[in-house]
Write a protein that binds this ligand. Sequence first.
Ligand code: ADP
Length: 742
Amino acid sequence: MGERRLAILTSGGDAPGMNAVVRAAVRTALSRGVVPFAVADGFQGLVDGGDRIRPMNWSSVGGILHIGGTVIGTARCTAFRERDGRRLAARNLLEKRIDTLICVGGDGTLTGADALRKEWPTLLSELVSRGEVVPEAAAHHPFLALVGLTGSIDNDMPGTDMTLGTDTALHRITGAVDALTDTAASHQRAFVVEVMGRRCGYLALMSALATGASWVLIPEAPPSDGWEERMCARILDGRKGGRRHSTVLVAEGAVDRSGHPITAERVRGVLEERLGVEARTTVLGHVQRGGAPSAFDRVMGTLLGHAAVEEALAFGPDSVPQLIGLKENRIQRTPLADCVGRARAVAEALEERDYDRALSLRSPGFRETVEAVKTLVRARQRDTSGGTRRFRVALLHAGAPAPGMNTAARAFVRILLDRGHEALGVRNGFEGLLAGTAEELSWMSVHGWVGRGGAELGTSRRIPEGGEWGAVARSVAANRVDGLLVIGGFSGYEATWRLLRARDEQPALNIPVVCLPAAIDNNLPGAELSLGADTALNSIVEAVDKIKQSAVAWRRAFVVEVMGAWCGYLAAAAGLATGAERVYLHEDPLTMARLEKDVRDLFDGFSKGKKRLGLVIRNENAHPVFTTEFLRRLFDAEGKGLFDARQAILGHLQQGGNPTPFDRIHATRLAVRCADFLLEACAKGEASASFMGFEGGRLRFVDFAQFPSMVDREFRRSKSPWWRAWGPVAALLDQPGPSVSG
Ligand code: ADP
């Protein structure tokens, strides 16, 4: 009965990143020789049938990556909740000879889709006996292949670290709260901000971490009685310390221990009554859902859409439908029913007011963040005049500035001070340590750093050499430094490695040292994502969106040069997030033959009218001869008037900007862990040297002894970059497949 056919639908609440899924799924299907269909408006389109289930081609999903929401539409559909509605859906699918379905939505969507799959054989029998479907057609499609993906800004689904749209929603929320903070500080006001999340406090919790909120209220962790007083005391404390604004974040579904809603209005009343301050409420509402998807949601959507098609094509009569998610940056399959069951279990626990159970059902990362937020909210400058041994821990930045450095420094300093220790800030990296200058940092000295780009303490690439380590050792001794945190990139790691080697001659260097990964290049060993990489990637994606827009009126090829030094992460991720035709990395050596083929493909694409825009992303060090300018000239000359070529070297805009929510959250989590680790090492008198890494989804500290074996020192990058696994997906989405039309 001809070729295989597959349909994709988006349902329930819309979520940014859904378009990336649709694009990747359609193109992957085409390249596998499968005919893709898109269903308009979720299950409603299935129930309606006809041209609401329409075939898609390569270009029908062009130019949609940057668009928020879902271009194929979504809806809530009551008919589909009934068996009669699902029978109509089955009939309409069969009419189009489709027996493979990819559904993107929340737990309602996935439950509905699984109901259709389970009933499929009996629905088909009914359709045959009603004469609505011929027996041969039913026999030809004995089962429904189903794959689920989660699109929901709430991040409320197990089986994936993030649901599609959550990262974008965090961008919207932090942008709004940052803006409110400015006005709140000007007027010394308190702001109460309500964010989405009826049953899940993820958005409220993470945005509290990302914006340095004074208090946060979420459904999973209702505050114990007397919270009003504690909250006010905390805010008062902050005011006494010099803070000019306070923000309280409230999740829509926040409740107290008796299950009564804690609304933004209720919090505002408490603040005004008890503190006598002017308080304002802001309900962010649907803006949280909208807008251009973040880089992460585009990359994740693309990877998931691709993986979903592979999963669907491997689905057999006895297969168990899977939810495809992303865990620890890798594709993860989890039985759909388990995920939905676990999501339900949280909802039930909340209904039964068993909050401990609800919290225990959330991911370890969620629980860890609840603790980190509690710690930071509670944290306060302690009186350090007591008798217990206090440590003086220094911190410095090394390497190029990376957004998130300030966030990490702030959290680190405050945790140290809260635990009764002293924090020393060293200006301008190892340069400052060489000069012997370190200053004590107070609680308020890091005020406002949570979302500030750049590096307030200054940074440098300087790596002390030879005899200079003697000066560093003297400086460490003179400042009575007990431990050192290096927040930085490759030069920080390299310097720490050398510090380790200098210890034999300089015993004063026998103090614990930890490196916290911060480099937009994302080239560091151990860490899958270093601070700043997400911000840089988002800056690139925003810039490329504009560049693409500028070119829509022409036939034009753009060569965009991005940073990364010798590490292709930014280029590869930007390639996926912007839908670039080609990505040139130092890791994949460019050759004449490859360039020739790429020029030919580009020319073909334009001449057959398949494209109006060509986009090539080139890492700054991809090739010493095939430079950005060279490529532009080559494309321009070979365009032979059919298309022209332009270049854009994005430059330092990639290092600047305020850190994204991810970079802020990541920075805070890492800094809290580093503080704990260093204080423990100080207490034990361990002169360890470690850098942060991830293993099995957990943060861990890697001994510097492993540094040389984990890095390519010539090209200053990690030897085993996890993101290289993206290569095949990018390659596939690059080439218009065999069944392209128009
Ligand atoms: P979400 O997918 O975001 O959780 P909803 O709960 O509104 O959003 O579900 C989306 C759609 O999925 C509903 O409009 C309905 O068509 C379908 N659906 C939800 N729950 C069921 C169910 N138990 N049985 C069948 N269909 C369902």
